[in-house]
Design a protein around this ligand. Sequence first.
Ligand code: KG4
Ligand code: ZN
Length: 331
Amino acid sequence: MNILAIETSCDDTAVAIVKASKKKFEILSNVVSSQIEVHKAWGGVYPTLAKREHENNLAPVLEKALKKAKNPNIDLIAVTNGPGLEPCLWVGVNFAKALAYYWKLPIVPVNHIEAHILANLVDSNIKFPAIALVVSGGHTQLILVKGIGKYRILGETRDDAAGECLDKVAKILGLGYPGGPIISSEAKKGKAGINLPRPMINQRNYDFSFSGLKTAALYHSKKNNLPAGRQGKTKQYISDMCLEVQQAVIDVLLKKTVIAAREYDIKTIILGGGVSANTELRKQFKKKFDNVLVPAKNLSTDNAVMIAIAGYYNKPKNWTKIEADANLRIW
Ligand code: KG4
Ligand code: ZN
């Protein structure tokens, strides 16, 4: 079965075509048009601009995806209908509905978080029960996965998502957008020494909080701003801050995952979402657990291949009944 999938929940316009069967997922095309350049000036995603960009980009991205896949017959259309930025979600949902109507194809709505989890099925099998840690710019959730379609959110962030925290700290340090990848490369030059808090790390629940870490980074950097002319030192300070912020985020994510894995007798740890592209996070999770699944980096960040895979496991719905839902939950 060939699935054409569409993803527009945030700032990536993505279309993929995946040949799906019970045994494997073959990626026929995977096109992502990033809006990073458009949002850079704002230091974060500006929803109305993102919506406009999706509207402009979707048709050419679809054309590219069809061409790359050599125009195969399409059997099913899958589209992200939440969670995400509502105006952006609607662009993808309406576009998908129009295609489904015109091509007379079934259409299946997909939960973006489930898609981040199932991205791992491209080249692995999941042994259940599993714990999924979905960490991105919009979400930080620890999810018990008893099977495909059987999810329970154990905990989630009470304020900023992990990626949002990294993006905001990068902004504070004047490093540009998106912050996650920049912090990751700056941290490689960092030396240990700065001590920032690990919010909620010792609380006996699976929730997270990252806004306090961002504020602590803000106060620390205000206190330590070196005067002009001492740029060399400032550069080292920035790398040291990146190392500490990255480690604080990893420490909290890792500790809560370790406790959950023990409590639920877990067979697989699944990572997903943009922050799971972080090299240090992957390394430290793999050191702690011998059963970690994490997608290739281009399938960790937003893409439509994962939407196709999740679409394969969900039921098509009457196109007139499909709606975007910014706060769609996985359970
Ligand atoms: O999953 P994603 O592409 O979009 C959302 O659903 O939010 O995640 C984007 C987030 C951004 O916050 C970005 O800074 C972060 O993922 N990110 C990273 C890395 N690559 C992307 N964070 C840490 N290290 C990376 N290498
Ligand atoms: Zn995402």
